[in-house]
Ligand binder design. Sequence first.
Ligand code: TUI
Length: 313
Amino acid sequence: MKTALTELLHIEYPIIQGGMAWVAEHNLAAAVSNAGGLGIVAAANAPVEVVRDEIRKTKELTDKPFGVNIMLLSPHAEEIARLVVEEKVPVVTTGAGNPGPYMKQWKEAGIIVIPVVASVALAKLMQRAGADAVVAEGCESGGHIGETTTMALVPQVADAVQIPVIAAGGIGDGRGLAAAMMLGADGVQMGTRFLVSRECVIHDNYKKKVLKASDIDTAVTGRSTGHPVRQLRNRMTRQYLEMEKEGKSFEELELLTLGSLRKAVMDGDVEQGSMMSGQIAGMVKKEQTCQEILDEIMAEAKTLFGEASKWEK
Ligand code: TUI
């Protein structure tokens, strides 16, 4: 498949892997890149030395392009922004904020910059600031989310900008890829499907919960605090939502989730941990290698595109 995204990134398939905090490390990123997509290392809240080590390990495992996701709420964001220039990282994606202040230094270094946006306004601002593409992420996604669904957001962003648009949120198979292209996207970003890939190093308890989940098993906590986060329902989310209903303060709610993503990913604590996951969890039923995932999605999408004329009269 040849799209504006495969051309921009020099990759085989128009599929990039989400920059999942605590999850997207060098093994997963290299596996996705080696399989023909774009793998991403998530800087999340990690300090600069840890991210440098992850970047170098990724370079050892793949000669293909890869990216680093910079979570803009991180206290280390500014240092990581300099690190990607030093390390000559080919692609940078950003999340949870406006990367405007860093755009000039990245573009001068020749980095391909792809901000993740949840609104048309930020997509336009990013195009004006020199972004090479945007990820339009709908609220079906796992983790920190915006308000608008993928179905509504992607065509509106595609109409508003001329740079390539990558659809994210609720996409987990060839049907999602085909649908995203029909909405005006040039490719997709997926997180949840890669969460259960064989190369993904998260705790097995977490993987099993994703594989067992149904369509209605995610919940959004933090709507009251302005930090909405989608994750699998468990004891922690039930308690959190109860406390939100009671009008508990931001500080009290934060205490409940402090270090909770780490608890899920590293310790396999599926009761108190935050198992971030998108709404497509109900659709992923088996663990596969990244190569199997990408090949299967591309084959499904190809069949669907080939069959598209069946509705003609
Ligand atoms: O960033 C994400 N997803 C994430 S980040 C993350 S780590 C975290 N954990 C707990 C609390 C907060 C963060 C887990 N998942 N996706 C990209 C994304 N960006 N979704 C929504 C946005 C976004 C939201 C508001 C981008 C910009 C924005 O406002 C920008 C502005 O200042 O106008």
